[in-house]
Design a protein around this ligand. Structure first.
Ligand SMILES: Nc1ncnc2c1ncn2[C@@H]1O[C@H](COP(=O)(O)OP(=O)(O)OP(=O)(O)O)[C@@H](O)[C@H]1O
Ligand SMILES: [Mg+2]
Length: 353
């Protein structure tokens, strides 16, 4: 289903929880809704589902305004973070529930439940009750139950929040495959940026009721539109004045803040760099072994920067002096934001060490 949201607003008393939100979702896409707690993610989903009434704005499914349609007529499936299965019903009865409400005949129900049990890998569990299942299995029942009435839009509100990290990882790729196979338009809320980047076709970053940016994970990463988005995706260090960094003196703007991401920095011995004049002096503070690389914390002019270093290179030690090259920085002031390359890197002067 193609989804279009225009000028959506919601107040709870005096509190403006959702502020002029506009977006469109292509049919069949999986959108990740990402942002800090209290940002308005659940409120947006609840308005789409018809469980909450917007103060203003329009919700359009397939070109038709649905603001006045009750939830059961919106063709939506909803999966919540706390399983919310019917405790006194078996897996079979839970999955069949929506079809019974729709008064489907017994034969149709049997076929559809069998199909979903197969699709969600729950064969053999049909007669169990929710308390006889693991968290991951319960969430799969919740998916099957939401999908049973063949909704046009699937809303997933932190479906894996209560599940431990390892199983959560498995469920993520399972979900991605399932949604691709079913081909259903879906919105997936999560706090976890890795989860959003991994599963979503596009991400929407919601902060304090506003949609800060919408785009593919790669677009958002490489061209963050606001400082909030830049700090929210990836680990980063904020520096009060970009002019403190070599190669960023002449930024063109007013005193500008700089945001440095791990991938923007390289650390090493001075002789590892061609552009030694562009490097800063740093001190290695901590090293964390990450399995495939080192995560290095290094202090430069009183700022703690974080970067990665290949295992192939000579191992560093805490306390060691080291050269640090800041290749680029995300700069911003009150008016604008942009990514700038280190100006000294293009220095045509030959460097002799
Ligand atoms: N029914 C309500 N009555 C009053 N305030 C509400 C109500 N529902 C939500 N809010 C407030 O609106 C804001 C947005 O809430 P919402 O649940 O949409 O955030 P969220 O992004 O889903 O957060 P989380 O990630 O913690 O689930 C919060 O400040 C919340 O306290
Ligand atoms: Mg929420």
């Amino acid at each position: 289903m193609h989804v279009e949201v225009r000028g959506l607003n919601k107040h709870f008393g005096d509190f403006h929880a959702v502020k002029d939100v506009n977006f469109g979702i292509t049919k069949g896409h999986l959108i990740g809704l990402l942002g800090p707690s209290g940002g308005g993610k659940t409120s947006i989903l609840r308005m789409l589902a018809g469980l909450e009434t917007p103060d203003s704005g329009e919700i359009v499914f397939h070109g038709k305004t649905v603001n006045n349609l009750p939830p059961q007529e919106r063709e939506i499936g909803f999966v919540f973070q706390n399983y919310a299965l019917f405790k006194h019903m078996t897996v079979y009865e839970n999955i069949a529930f929506g079809l019974k409400v729709k008064k489907a005949n017994k034969h149709t129900i049997q076929n559809r439940v069998a199909e979903l049990v197969e699709l969600t890998g729950l064969k053999g569990f049909e007669k169990r009750y929710p308390h006889q299942l693991s968290g991951g299995q319960r969430q799969r029942v919740a998916f099957a139950r939401a999908l049973a009435p063949e909704p046009q839009l699937l809303l997933l509100d932190e479906p894996f929040a209560a599940i431990d990290a390892k199983i959560r990882q498995e469920l993520r790729s399972w979900l991605r495959e399932l949604i691709e196979r079913v081909g259903i338009t879906s919105i997936f809320v999560t706090h976890d940026q890795d989860e959003a980047i991994e599963v979503a076709d596009e991400i929407m970053i919601i902060n304090q009721g506003r949609l800060e940016q919408k785009g593919t994970p790669w677009d958002i990463y490489k061209e963050p539109k606001t400082p909030f988005v830049a700090t929210f995706i990836g680990e980063s260090t904020l520096i009060g004045s970009a002019a403190e960094l070599k190669g960023f003196h002449n930024t063109g703007g007013k005193p500008t803040k700089a945001l440095i991401r791990p991938e923007y920095i390289e650390v090493g011995h001075l002789n590892e760099f061609k552009m030694a004049s562009a490097t800063e002096q740093g001190i290695v503070k901590h090293l964390h072994f990450r399995g495939s690389e080192w995560l290095v914390e290094v202090e430069v002019n009183g700022h703690k920067l974080v970067t990665y270093r290949s295992l192939e290179k000579e191992t560093l030690t805490p306390g060691q002096e080291i050269a640090v090259l800041v290749h680029r920085a995300y700069l911003f002031n009150d008016e604008r934001s942009w990514i700038q390359e280190n100006g000294l890197k293009e220095d045509p002067m030959p460097v002799f060490i």
